[in-house]
Each structure stands twice: as structure tokens, then as C-alpha cells.
Design a protein around this ligand. Structure first.
Ligand SMILES: Nc1nc2c(ncn2[C@@H]2O[C@H](COP(=O)(O)OP(=O)(O)OP(=O)(O)O)[C@@H](O)[C@H]2O)c(=O)[nH]1
Ligand SMILES: [Mg+2]
Length: 241
């Protein structure tokens, strides 16, 4: 099973090297794609150096069309072009522990899409901020309600896709340039009838680097979920109707 890990990054210079090391220690064969938006802190430069020593590390240095969502799409496209069978997407800030990778790869044999979930038995959200946890709870409630998703952690960006899922959702039609790509892909995979499973993860707070979440991004995410629902009701979610 040819496996790729894709990681969108922006200003993660303190995290990226130890993260790549930990992923590599999980699996010497795994391919890793970092989609960096020309980070001013030089994250891309660190990845470029590592990629010279490790032929299974790839850097996508993006200078236009920036954003968490479009970086994710570029990395998926790259993995598909390189004939990935399975793609795991994760954040760079150690909230997503690489030690869960082997369990994703086990579970993907049974399901089309596997979600690293904080909301199933043994899953945990270890962040200290009550506000951040509350936002996650509310956002999951809202997403499940509007989009009718049979998933307990709709906001998790730690996921494993079979190639067929990424092909079917048609990456050319993704609307989200920002973080709402997480919910958009989930909704489209669900509309296509793919099987979705959740495995427990322990989600920890970022220790280094700064959060990119702000009120504007949060609000844009809520609006995007409404937009996806309306387009679906109108039969205009291109790839899936
Ligand atoms: N390429 C790219 N990556 C981004 C962008 N914004 C965020 N990311 C990356 O997407 C992942 C998730 O972003 P985070 O800032 O951790 O968002 P969050 O998890 O909601 O918030 P915190 O964990 O509190 O920081 C991280 O790997 C970021 O570096 C962006 O505009 N472009
Ligand atoms: Mg984070």
C-alpha cells in the first residue's frame, strides 16, 4: 500500500523537523508531502534541506492561491500523481501525534475514510482552553445538524483517505480555500456513499508556533457549511450530483 502523509504548513519552523523525524520513525517507507505557503519563518527551507537527504520527503512551496484548504488540495493532487493508494492528512503542530499512523493504516483496510476522533471512546481533547473545546463542540454539533453527517468528530483534520475517495470528490471543484476543507471533504465523501470510520486519538495543544485560528476564519467556516448545504439542496454541488 503506497502511503503518503500530507501536511499543510504555515510558520511551523519550530515543529516541522521533529515532526518529520517522528513520522519517519513510525515507517521508513512512508512518503511525506509538506505544502507550505512560503512561510516567512522559513519552514519551507527546513523541509527543502530534509528533502535533499530523504528522497521520500517532498516540498510544495506555494506562492499563490494560499490557504489551508488549497494547500491541502495541492498536496492531495501531488500524492495522487505519485500513485498513492492511501493518504493521511495531518497538522504540523503536534496536535496530531504520529504514533497513531499505524492504526490509521490498519483501519483503512476496512473503511474508505478513517477519522482520528476525539469524540469516540478513549478519544481525548487535552487542550487546556475551555473556550477552544467549546468552539469544537459547538462546531461539530452545527456541522452534524446542517450537513447530516454520521460522524462524531467532524472537525478533525487528522484523517486517512483511500485514493478512490480523493478521486471521487474531484479536487478541482473544492470550494474551501481555508480550514473548512475538513468539513467539505467529509460531506462530499458521505454524499458519494463512502464508508467512514473513526479511531480514537488524543489531541494535544500546540506547544510551539502560533495558532492561525481567528474569529474571521471561524465565521467563514460556519458560512461555508451553510453554502455547501444550500448548493446540495439546489443540486449544484458539481462533483456529487
Ligand atoms: N499551507 C498552509 N497551511 C496552513 C495555513 N493555515 C494553517 N495552516 C496549517 O494547517 C494546520 C492547522 O492549522 P492550526 O493553526 O494548527 O489551526 P488549529 O489547529 O485550528 O489551531 P491551533 O492548534 O490552536 O493553532 C497547521 O499545520 C498549520 O500550519 C495556510 O494558510 N496555509
Ligand atoms: Mg493546530
Amino acid at each position: 500500500m503506497k502511503t503518503f502523509v500530507t501536511i499543510p504548513t504555515f510558520n511551523e519552523s519550530k515543529n516541522i523537523e521533529p515532526l518529520l523525524r517522528e513520522i519517519r520513525s513510525q515507517d521508513p517507507e512512508i512518503n511525506i508531502v509538506v505544502a507550505d505557503d512560503d512561510s516567512p519563518d522559513g519552514t519551507w527551507r527546513i523541509v527543502e534541506e530534509i528533502s535533499k537527504r530523504d528522497p521520500r520527503v517532498f516540498l510544495l512551496r506555494r506562492t499563490s492561491n494560499k490557504g489551508r484548504g488549497s494547500a491541502g488540495v495541492d498536496a492531495f493532487r501531488f500524492a495522487l500523481q505519485k500513485e498513492a493508494d492511501v493518504v493521511i492528512e495531518m497538522d504540523a503542530d503536534f496536535s496530531h501525534d504520529p504514533k497513531h499512523i499505524p492504526r490509521f493504516l490498519e483501519k483503512i483496510r476496512e473503511c474508505d475514510l478513517v477519522i482520528g476522533s476525539r469524540a469516540v471512546s478513549h478519544g481525548q481533547d487535552r487542550r487546556k482552553s475551555r473556550l477552544r473545546k467549546w468552539i469544537t463542540h459547538f462546531s461539530t454539533f452545527y456541522t452534524r445538524l446542517i450537513l447530516g453527517l454520521p460522524v462524531r468528530d467532524c472537525n478533525s483534520g487528522y484523517r486517512c483517505f483511500r485514493r478512490e475517495v480523493l478521486e471521487a470528490v474531484n479536487l478541482d471543484t473544492i470550494l474551501s480555500t481555508g480550514p473548512s476543507i475538513v468539513q467539505e471533504l467529509l460531506f462530499k465523501a458521505h454524499l458519494h456513499g463512502f464508508s467512514i470510520c473513526e479511531i480514537a486519538i488524543v489531541f494535544i495543544e500546540r506547544e510551539a508556533g502560533e495558532s492561525k485560528l481567528n474569529l474571521k476564519r471561524l465565521f467563514q467556516g460556519f458560512l461555508m457549511i451553510l453554502r455547501l448545504k444550500v448548493l446540495h439542496l439546489l443540486g449544484r454541488l458539481k462533483d456529487s450530483e
